[in-house]
Write a protein that binds this ligand. Structure first.
Ligand SMILES: Cc1cc2nc3c(=O)[nH]c(=O)nc-3n(C[C@H](O)[C@H](O)[C@H](O)COP(=O)(O)OP(=O)(O)OC[C@H]3O[C@@H](n4cnc5c(N)ncnc54)[C@H](O)[C@@H]3O)c2cc1C
Ligand code: SF4
Length: 553
């Protein structure tokens, strides 16, 4: 039996040194580092804990984990793993659960081009003190990005190689936070080797993906942090002991809120979550920068498809235990084509091949093949998806740059992105052109919006939301400073003591690479500053595994 990280809700204490809200990359780092610094730490997470083996592997299970939120329209449980925010201009997908987006992401871990951090959008101290490099180093030691050594042998990698002829640039293996060999990781957790099942984006049922729930959170727990799930924080306010954090059970929207006090609060509820909490806190009188909610970026992030080429791609996951035994699929992303633009940072892009989770397999004929509903009913899953025309389906993830011109507002109490004209951002035309070429190179047809007939329509969608509480030099340009401290709106540099935002929302511009490593590094850096400012100290040495540790059986 796998030991749970979370405790029963009734065990939450009235006060802690630190309350961390949310448990993605930012929340995991903050909880681990501050627990190691000897602080009493409480983590409050909106979603559920998913022990290894409990991620959805069939369509009905996947459906139960979907939540759709679109202003007044909402459906599904508020703790559903896949949290879709349907917007008027752009849709956003985020992960909801203990471990945040790390549970359902593809795990690609890249460092941005140095020109990203040279942009004056960032506070100048950020790169000046050398701690950002330390942050990236620490992030990499804990999350352990690795390139799969045999990536070029995977069918989907070879398919990407064929597409790369369109650009004259060969693909390279992509670094992903996956354990390709069995290991006891730096948090003391035993992780089996990746089975190359391809289901990373519906949750790793093997335990091989180096999620926050496998790394920083067990480390925090082992150093004494209390972790609570299925509780949603509504807002924060100044309290007798520093801060008061108001929360209620996630699925009991009418419940009267409880609260917990803390000297320090780290908001790490993700781009939409942390911005939402601060917007609600401002409505209740908390002084904040006028930039709150501004500067939303979708990181030039696109998912698109190509179908009909002559060669197999093998880009649909088989899951664990496997639903089909054939050639290895590979982790969700194994290869990428890097297309930097030497002169114009924002015109560069990275094109990655991806895998769709096996639980989606029964839906694929419906979305991708004319008359697919009938075909889906007539053919077996294996024939239709793993051996038939859909075994030729290319999935592409592209990451690039936009102008971060979106705005997050509260609609009906929840965060919604407003970005009129976003579909006209030049990045979408550039990516369309590149993907059309990539598809043509393998004789396939580019499919931009297979979900056009659904609620998603043809609007852009992103899984890389950034901004809303962006860093800035001062309260006129940002919501937080380079240490992730929240400006109080009283003066240019004046901050709220003990209030931090550490997650994707603090990133003030697109970064042109998948963001997990940058969010982790920025939080590692912020924790070094927090510790220095409060005369705390922590080490980051790997944990030696104890008898009572979390084990996978
Ligand atoms: C399908 C998919 C694929 C992706 N692939 C990649 C990839 O390959 N590489 C990469 O770098 N990035 C990828 N990403 C993006 C990446 O996962 C996110 O950028 C990252 O998880 C954001 O980290 P975060 O710390 O900002 O917040 P999150 O990871 O979003 O965590 C925030 C947490 O806070 C919780 N929360 C929200 N509101 C509240 C509240 N009010 N009270 C309490 N808790 C709350 C949420 O439930 C969530 O668990 C992908 C994302 C998705 C969805
Ligand atoms: S490919 Fe399968 S086993 Fe490997 S990390 Fe992804 S989900 Fe886990």
């Amino acid at each position: 039996m796998q030991q749970l990280l979370s405790s029963p809700q009734g065990e939450i204490k009235p006060a802690y040194d630190v309350v961390v809200v949310g448990s993605g990359y930012g929340g995991g780092v903050a909880a681990s580092r501050l627990a190691r610094a000897g602080q009493s730490v409480c983590v409050i997470e909106k979603g559920k804990e998913f022990p290894t083996g409990s991620f959805p592997s069939r369509l009905p299970e996947l459906r139960r984990e979907l939540q759709l939120n679109g202003g007044k329209m909402r459906s599904g449980s508020r703790t559903g793993l896949f949290d879709f925010r349907l917007g008027a201009d752009i849709h956003v997908l985020v992960g909801c659960g203990l471990g945040g987006g790390s549970l359902i992401n593809a795990g690609v871990a890249l460092v941005p081009d140095a020109r990203v951090f040279a942009d004056p959008a960032w506070p100048e101290e950020l790169v000046a003190d050398g701690l950002l490099e330390l942050g990236f180093k620490r992030a990499a030691s804990m999350l352990r990005p690795a390139r799969y050594a045999n990536a070029p042998e995977l069918t989907k990698y070879r398919a990407l190689e064929a597409s790369s002829a369109a650009f004259g640039v060969p693909p390279v293996a992509a670094p992903v936070v996956v354990s390709f060999e069995e290991i006891v990781n730096p948090a003391g957790v035993m992780q089996p080797a990746c089975t190359l099942c391809g289901d990373c984006c519906s949750g790793c049922n093997v335990g091989a993906k180096n999620t926050v729930a496998m790394t920083y959170l067990p480390d925090a727990r082992a150093h004494g942090a209390d972790i609570f799930t299925e509780l949603s924080v509504s807002h924060v306010a100044k309290g007798e002991r520093g801060w008061r954090v108001f929360f209620a059970p996630s699925n009991e929207t009418d419940a009267s809120p409880s609260f917990v006090d803390a000297k320090t609060v780290v908001l790490a509820a993700g781009t939409l979550g942390s911005t939402e909490i601060l917007l609600r806190s401002r409505e209740r009188g908390l002084g904040l920068s006028d930039r709150l909610g501004e500067g939303f970026s979708a990181n030039g992030d696109i998912i698109a498809f190509a179908l009909g080429g002559g060669e197999r791609v093998n880009g649909i996951g088989v899951g664990h235990p496997p639903k089909f035994v054939g050639d290895a699929i590979g982790a969700c992303v194994a290869g990428q084509i890097e297309l930097p633009d030497g002169d114009e940072l924002d015109c560069g892009m990275i094109l990655q091949e991806g895998v769709l989770p096996s639980a989606l397999a029964p839906l694929l004929p419906v979305f991708f093949i004319a008359g697919g509903r009938l075909l889906g009913a007539a053919q077996s899953l294996i024939k239709g998806v793993y051996q038939g025309p859909l075994s030729h389906l290319h999935t592409f993830f592209v990451v690039s740059h936009d102008d971060a011109g979106g705005r997050i507002r509260l609609d009906n109490g929840s965060a919604q992105v407003h970005w009129p004209g976003v579909a006209d951002q030049p990045v979408y035309a550039r990516v369309d052109e590149a993907l059309t070429k990539a598809a043509q190179a393998v004789g396939a047809r580019y499919i931009k919006s297979p979900l056009a007939a659904t609620n998603m329509g043809t609007k852009p969608a992103t899984a890389h939301p950034l901004g809303g509480c962006g860093m800035g030099q001062d309260a006129e340009s940002g919501v937080v400073n380079h240490k992730c401290q929240v400006f109080d709106g009283k003066g240019r540099d004046s901050v709220h003591p003990g209030l931090y935002v550490c997650d994707g929302s603090a990133i003030p511009r697109s970064i042109g690479v998948n963001p997990l490593l940058t969010i982790t590094a920025l939080t590692e850096r912020a924790m070094v500053h927090l510790a220095r400012d409060h005369n705390l100290g922590f080490d980051t040495a790997p944990r030696v595994r104890q008898e009572a540790d979390r084990v996978l059986t």
